[in-house]
Design a protein around this ligand. Structure first.
Ligand code: NOJ
Length: 815
């Protein structure tokens, strides 16, 4: 039953969700299902809540669920199709309990991306209907061989889903995600994700474990490289872009791959930046900072979610009914399925909330983890758990229903096989390569560009005849691929050395290459050769940074954030020659670059740029393209500042106006929120990045001096902010125009600045453009003292500018 216009509740929905579309088609059976889920949630919470309060919350939750349910009706989502639901129910009706449990089981069948289970009897298990998904297996033929067993040999012919970590491209590797986020260009990210989907699906992969949308405020955490940085608003925009790109317009499109938004949730807030570590944050931070990018992905139709490794507020994320059921399904109306992270179900045992695999499986599945990645506990224990009455059969039914729903929505039952006749896209399509280069070019952040002998070092004059290229990353194809480049191939990478040599060969110039040092060594045996190369050159390019595999990504946490090994020493030796030096930093995180920033005239942060690292860098160095990347994480001055992020709360004793470059010399300077031995500010702030041209901003103008909280809450009004941005330099360039707000006088503290809008614009020399932002409920609302997401009366400061520390301001009142 579907397609009935649903007008009366719609008015209520619009009150609570002004962004909801004007008309909907609602299926009542599904709506009833949503309500029953909420009743289940309330039942689950009954021990925690007093009964009166429970009724109130139940009513509110029902309304919220209805709201989110209605919002989830997007053209890209087949997860709400009643015809599919009927097929799921019919299939479930034929399945044995054992077969249902089989759907909840997933193993890695190719190169492992974690410690293995030692199992190899997958074909046998599949034939018995004992596996729902395999991952790490690629190649249409390989995938089809397994699928054939599922489709032809298993009793009910239920197809498998094949997954893989397609994180920043498939074969055509793009920059690492942190670099992609530095483009501040969601449209470009969507295109990159689409290309990844086209390539991956040609090899039978229909599910990626991406996007990783964990907010990361601590540069020590190795996995900061996999996400979009420290900001929630930007993280939401990027989350939507990835989902749109991967899934395309319909899950049934053979080039559509399921998105899996991860790691749910707050994994990035690991204490001390140490991977897999405890997370103990407030519920307000959870909802305000960490959850919104997940919500954005879910609202964009993300079909799957991955539960994380962390212990969140004392309850492991992979056994957390509050986040997995109450919020994700109850409040947001998520209709896809949740897969655990690699053995995160098994890890409930060392975490201490489970004594054995059976208890781990019970806790995870009842909390809302539908599919068990690689722990083997669902496969081996759930049958008995249900038989003994410790796990309700309905929990298994529901988990299997969610997985089957996605399989039907993908059209897998009709088209289970990858198309072997077309041939996989394993040779690089020139359009994909070009896209990778464009993304890399937009990801580079120019951190410094001081004049040497009167003019900025960059861009290099095309007449630069002899260039010394020094450093362990100048010719390291493997590192350019970055972490999680599962199918990336070093053979496809054009390194900086290769691209620079090609470029200079065209103008009869010369590259003198010297590695100088390895990334991690104490030996300075290569220094002399490097210094001699520098002496012979007109300009030196130093390519330094991190080892992508060892130091970034999963299990890549670092306690020290300087250039590793003796690279700084090498740089000092090169700089001592007096030759102009351009430092290119390859890293998966913000590094501490104090000495570098003080002594090297030009610094370009390049992240790990992917297969087109060399050409993208050379085009940038010579000014064929103008750098337009902006930082999405704060670069610290010292490890002791971490976690470091721009949108912090003000303290009661801010250090404004105090000179923090020296120790306090009186009580007024001392009793402040400060370090006695370091400044509070980052070396390079969030949003920062230079260009080869200059931009000038007007003071922002506002469409109103004040607006009522009630009308903002209902969506009846919004503020328009506009500013004129002018390219005052002599080159064309792109600027990321950023809008920040601060709200004061509110029931809870609000950050000193919060990003609430951005636009990347391109201006010719002398050109100016009026940039407009609309700020409404989404931008002004926050989780208030009653833990309600509302707009409150406030005094608001609005900045429009080039980064999180600059820009001119205007003022506005919400009353
Ligand atoms: C563990 C990682 O945490 C996760 O991001 C990844 O998707 C899985 N392994 C599968 O490889």
């Amino acid at each position: 039953m579907g397609g009935l216009p649903f007008t009366r509740p719609l008015r209520i929905i619009k009150r609570f969700s002004p962004r909801a579309p004007a008309t909907y088609k609602i299926d009542f059976a599904l709506y009833i299902e949503q309500i029953s889920l909420l009743v289940e949630v309330m039942f689950m919470l009954k021990h925690r809540l007093m009964s009166g309060c429970a009724v109130g919350i139940a009513m509110l939750s029902c309304l919220l669920a209805l709201t989110s349910f209605v919002q989830a009706q997007s053209p890209t989502s087949a997860l709400n199709d009643p015809k599919i639901e009927a097929r799921v129910n019919a299939l479930l009706g034929q399945m044995t309990l054992q077969e249902k449990i089989g759907q909840l089981v997933q193993y890695s069948a190719g190169s492992p991306t974690g410690p293995g289970t030692g199992r190899t009897d997958y074909p046998d298990m599949i034939a018995k209907g004992g596996i729902g998904s395999l991952f790490n297996l690629t190649g249409a033929r390989e995938v089809n061989a397994m699928q054939k067993i599922a489709v032809e040999k298993s009793r009910l012919h239920v197809p498998l889903i094949f997954g893989l970590d397609v994180i920043h491209g498939y074969r055509s590797t793009f920059p690492v995600p942190l670099g992609m986020s530095a483009t501040w260009n969601p449209d470009l990210i969507e295109k990159a994700a689409r290309i990844a989907a086209v390539e991956a699906s040609s090899e039978g992969v229909r599910w990626t474990f991406s996007p990783m949308v964990d907010i990361a405020r601590d540069a020590r955490w190795g996995r900061i490289v996999e996400g979009n940085g420290e900001d929630t608003y930007l993280g939401q925009a990027m989350a939507r872009a990835y989902v749109r790109g991967y899934q395309g317009t319909s899950l049934t499109d053979p080039t559509s791959i399921l998105a899996c938004v991860k790691h749910y949730v707050a994994y990035g807030a690991a204490e001390g930046g140490r991977d897999y570590n405890t997370v103990d944050i407030s519920d307000r931070s959870l909802r305000q900072v960490y959850l919104p990018p997940f919500r954005a992905a879910v609202d964009s139709g993300a079909a799957t979610v991955m539960s994380a490794f962390d212990d969140l507020q004392g309850v492991p994320a992979s056994a957390n009914p509050y986040t997995l059921t109450q919020i994700l399904r109850g409040e947001w109306g998520f209709r896809g399925f949740v897969v655990s992270d690699w053995n995160s179900v098994g890890e409930l045992i060392p975490q201490g909330v489970a004594l054995d695999p059976a208890m781990a499986a019970r806790k995870a599945v009842t909390a809302g983890v539908d599919m068990d990645m690689e722990s083997n506990s669902y496969a081996t224990t759930l049958l008995q758990e249900v038989k003994d009455g410790r796990v309700p059969q309905s929990v298994i039914d529901e988990a299997a229903r969610r997985i089957l729903r996605v399989k039907f929505a993908m059209g897998l039952f009709e088209h289970p096989y990858a198309d072997e006749s077309k041939g996989a896209i394993t040779t690089l399509d020139p359009a994909h390569v070009a896209a990778s280069r464009t993304v890399a070019e937009e990801s580079f952040v120019l951190l410094k560009n001081d004049p040497v002998s009167g003019s900025p070092v960059l861009p290099l004059a095309s007449g630069a005849k002899t260039i010394a290229l020094i450093g362990p990353l100048a010719d390291s194809a493997n590192d350019m691929l970055g972490s999680w480049s599962t199918k990336g191939d070093a053979k496809d990478v054009v390194t900086l050395r290769k691209a620079l040599s090609d470029r200079l060969a065209q103008s009869q110039g010369k590259v003198i290459y010297a590695k100088g040092t390895d990334i991690l060594t104490t030996s300075d045996s290569g220094f002399a050769e490097a210094v001699s190369a520098a002496r012979q050159a007109d300009v030196v390019i130093a390519a330094l940074g991190e080892d992508a595999g060892l130091m970034t990504g999963e299990a890549g946490s670092r306690a020290h954030l300087d250039l590793p090994g003796n690279q700084q020493k090498l740089l000092e030796a090169i700089a001592a020659t007096g030759k102009p030096v351009v430092l290119i930093v390859f890293s998966g995180r913000p590094l501490i670059l104090n000495w570098e920033a003080a002594h090297i005239p030009a610094i370009l942060e390049a992240w790990f740029p992917g297969i087109q690292a060399g050409p993208a860098l050379v085009r940038t160095l010579f000014g064929d393209v103008n750098p337009s990347g902006r930082l999405t994480t704060s670069f610290p001055r010292a490890v002791g500042q971490e976690p470091l992020y721009y949108n912090a709360m003000n303290t009661g004793r801010p250090a404004d106006g105090v000179d923090l470059t020296r120790p306090p010399s009186n009580a007024a300077e001392k009793f402040r929120s400060r370090y006695i031995d370091e400044q509070n500010s980052p070396l390079f702030p969030f949003g920062y990045g230079l260009s080869y041209t200059k931009f000038q901003y007007s003071t922002p103008s506002l469409s109103a001096q004040s607006l009522a909280a009630a009308s903002l809450n209902s969506g009846a009004s919004a503020l328009t902010v506009s500013a004129e941005v002018k390219n005052t330099g002599s080159r064309a360039g792109s600027e990321v125009v950023q809008l920040y707000i601060r709200q004061r006088g509110t029931s809870v503290t609000r950050p000193v600045r919060e990003l609430k809008g951005f636009q990347k614009i391109t201006l010719a020399p002398g050109e100016s453009k009026k940039v407009e932002f609309k700020l409404g409920r989404e931008e002004f609302s926050f989780w208030n003292i009653d833990m309600k997401d509302v707009v409150e009366p406030a005094q608001v400061t609005v900045w429009v500018g080039p980064n999180s520390t600059e820009g001119s301001e205007a003022h506005f009142t919400i009353n």
